[in-house]
Structures are given as structure tokens and as C-alpha cells.
Unconditional design. Sequence first.
Length: 321
Amino acid sequence: MFKLMLIAIKLALSGALIFYAFSKIDGDSALRELHKLPIEAIVLTLLLLAIQYGLAAWRLRNLLHKEGAHSSIGVALDAVVIGAFFSQTLISFVGGDAMRVWRVTRQNVAIGNATRAVLLDRLLGFVGLIALITFGLPVLFHIVSDARVHTAIIILIGAAIIGCLLLAYFSRLPTWMRRHRLLTFVSKLSETSRAILSDTRSLWTLLAISLGIQIINVGVIYVSAVGLGVNLSALHCLVLVPPVLFLSMMPISFAGWGVRESAMVAALATVDVPPPQSLALSISYGLALVVVSLPGALLWFRSRTKAKSMLRCDQNTRRPY
């Protein structure tokens, strides 16, 4: 019952934010803008997101190796693609991460190792996004003069850094403080994170992948902006879009819908992008995420069909004569 209430709340919040965005903006104009998007921009957008899946699979495989699970890139890609589909169809990325853990465990990986690898993968995604936001701070603070926004962003970055440091050194706490089952799990997660930090080559590889994934997200929106003829420079896109993506990753709405649209309109208004165009950009990005995740649905149904077929065969072989 609680889960159903949570889903209902998030659906209601997403719906309310989308309704608010369309009530304050000429929705028909935004939809007309979407129709202007050329096929070349759509194809390039989907191609960039497909490349992003490859990078995400590479990162997940590396983290599984750190956990002692030597899975192939194919296993990691299967988990990433199916997880992406469920992230777009369930209440948030949490459902997608749970599915990624489940897919990895089907390849004889212990659930603890799989869970820690997926959690560290999610954490590195946040780190990449925070790093991109940090790099753009000088330009961002020049564009947005509101001191409250400056304070909020600095607090956000500071909290992220402190959180990462706490995780890295959690395993060094006295043993009696880590006896609870959950704290033992966090301690093992901390040990893996410290192992990554101590391996300079692996650390820079993982950070480069994470940063590359976030730059691709920005690139997808910039390609759509060029296709729609939006007066938005690459620099402004690189600086203003990451905070929007960060807000959309918060598990407070249905796959980021509503939060992303409202934040995109507010962010791009600082560089005089008309609201209908901002809304069209956000919707095109969201739809691209849905479309590129559809292969995950095919893989999922194929695996379910195969599992049911194997179960029927097993039952037939056990049937007494």
C-alpha cells in the first residue's frame, strides 16, 4: 500500500508540474517547436544516447571487477539497457537500479557485490554531474546573479564532497560501530570506494567515463537546440543544463518528468531563451530517453520468455511416467 501511495504521489507531482509548465507557457507553441526538429537531429540524438549506454556499461563492468566479479561487457550492457528501460517506466532511477542488480545477479554474481557495484556506479554518475557543475561555476555565477542561487549551489557541491569523504573513510570506524548488518554493507562499500581512490589509473578512468556521460547528456540537448534553431550557445548549454539534470535525478517525480521541464524553462530564461523553446527542448530530451530505452524492453521480454520456456522444459523432464 505504501509503494502504491508513493507512486501516486510522484505521478501527481509530475502531472502537477507539467500542468503548471503548460499553463504558464503556450503549450501549443512548444508542441509546434517539437515538430520542427529535423530527422538528422533525432538520429544524432539517439546515436549519442546509445554511445552513452556503452560508456555506462564500461563503467559498470569496471566496478564489478573491483568487487571481484569478472563479468563481461555484454553482461554489463544488458543490465544497463534493461535498467534504463525500467528507469523510464517506473517511479524513478531507483527501480532501474534494482533491475540492474537483479540482471547482474543472474550471471552468478553475489547480490552484495552486484548491489555495491550498482550503488557506486550511481554515485559516480552524481560525481560526474557535480564535477561538470563545478567547472562551470564562474560562468554560471556570471549569468545568474541571484546570491541565493549561488549559496544553494555551493551548499550542494559541499554536501556532495563531504558525503563522498564520509563514505571513503567509513570503513575506518571502530568495529563495534559497524556491527549492524546495514553498516557492515556500507563498510564494504567504503572499502571498495577506497580501493578505487588508491588506484589512480582506475579512478581517472571512471571519472572520465562519468564526465563523458554527462557531457553527452548536455550534447543531446544542444543538438536538439541547434535543430530547433534555439539561440543557445554551447557554453551556456554546458553551464545551465547540468543543474537541471541534477534536479531531474531527484527521486521526487516520475522519471524526472515535470521537474526537468520546470527547471529547464527557469534555467534557460536567464539567457533569454523563450519558454516554449525551453519546454520543447526538455520534452524532446525526455522522449529521446524513452525511445532509446525501448531495446531494454525487448531484452527483458526475451529473457522472460526464455526463462519460462526453460522452466516448462524442466517441469517436463521431471514429470513421472
